[in-house]
Design a protein around this ligand. Structure first.
Ligand code: SF4
Length: 304
């Protein structure tokens, strides 16, 4: 662990005690401030409000040292506004460092489609998403790890100059995560032993609203939240925004929602909406903004 100001940090959040949603242990570290001796400094870019602000603040020299690059994990099911934000950040003179785009080589929606067509005796393994189940529970969140964390770690390893499975010393890679003060419960140490998470927005005591204000002050566009188009971790307000601003993505979410209930041999039906009703049947016309929502999202590396 590399904490420069542990007392302040402990008052803000208990990084080491946070439970991972998956069995994988957090074996890496976290740092309050830059990691001394890091070979690679990487910004984990989800292209939502927080990580976009982080990238632009680095570009403006307000947070440093400058990252060597950003890495964006494309699940293949990102919304159009998120992809537009990545394209804009990658263009021209917006950022002084490159954005590396990585993927798992397939889409989460491909898994869901295949699962819907495979017979009950099928042996193919699928990554599950945290859909709402008919028995009142949630599906396991394997998607984050397979479609975001693992491709990002693979790229970090490659950029740091290490072969797969080659031993990397602790603290080789400093990873910036765009978690703001209002999301502090999502902050955590890195999973990989050789990585160290840093949370610059927490160091600056910035909330999501502070990020929005900073973007507006600098005449930057305010991005939409980033998440897979069918991600169930959405408030009704966010579903309504998706429906109004990106109808094609919403239509795709409706299709995936229906496919979730077609998989043969499932013990419980799955739904993308918390009401456990088909997405196509839900009236979002009166959905109001009741706060931030989507705390359990992937951006910035699940706790990304
Ligand atoms: S945004 Fe949602 S569906 Fe996509 S990887 Fe993250 S938890 Fe899974």
């Amino acid at each position: 662990m590399n904490a420069r100001n542990p007392e302040t940090t402990t008052a803000l959040f208990a990084l080491t005690s946070q439970q991972s949603p998956t069995p994988r242990a957090r074996r890496g570290g976290w740092s309050w401030g830059p990691v001394e001796g890091a070979k690679l400094r990487v910004l984990s870019l989800g292209a939502g409000i927080q990580s976009t602000t982080l990238a632009l603040m680095a570009a403006q020299g307000e947070i440093g040292p400058m990252p060597d690059c950003a890495i964006f994990a494309d699940t293949g099911d990102e919304s159009t506004p998120t992809l537009e934000t990545v394209a804009w950040l990658s263009s021209g003179n917006v950022l002084p460092f490159p954005i590396h785009r990585v993927s798992a080589g397939r889409k989460i929606s491909d898994d869901i489609r295949l699962r819907a067509t495979e017979g009950p005796g099928g042996s193919r393994r699928f990554a599950s998403a945290p859909f709402f189940t008919g028995n009142g529970g949630r599906g396991r969140r394997q998607c984050t790890r397979e479609f975001k964390i693992e491709p990002i770690e693979k790229e970090q390893r490659r950029l740091a100059g290490y072969l797969p499975r080659q031993i990397m010393p602790k603290g080789t890679v400093e990873v910036w995560i765009g978690i703001s003060l209002d999301e502090v419960v999502r902050a955590g140490a890195a999973f990989a032993r050789w990585a160290v998470h840093r949370h610059p927005l927490l160091e600056k005591r910035m909330t999501r609203q502070d990020c929005v204000a900073w973007l507006r002050r600098h005449d930057y566009p305010v991005p939409e939240k980033s998440a897979c188009i069918f991600c169930p971790n959405r408030t009704d307000f966010e579903w309504r925004r998706l429906k109004e601003r990106d109808p094609a993505s919403f239509a795709a979410a409706v299709e995936i929602d229906a496919l979730c209930r077609q998989a043969p041999g499932m013990r419980h039906q799955e739904f993308v909406h918390a009401s456990r009703r088909p997405l196509a049947e839900i009236d979002f016309s009166s959905a109001e903004d009741r706060g931030q929502g989507m705390l359990d999202i992937c951006e910035a590396g699940c706790g990304l």
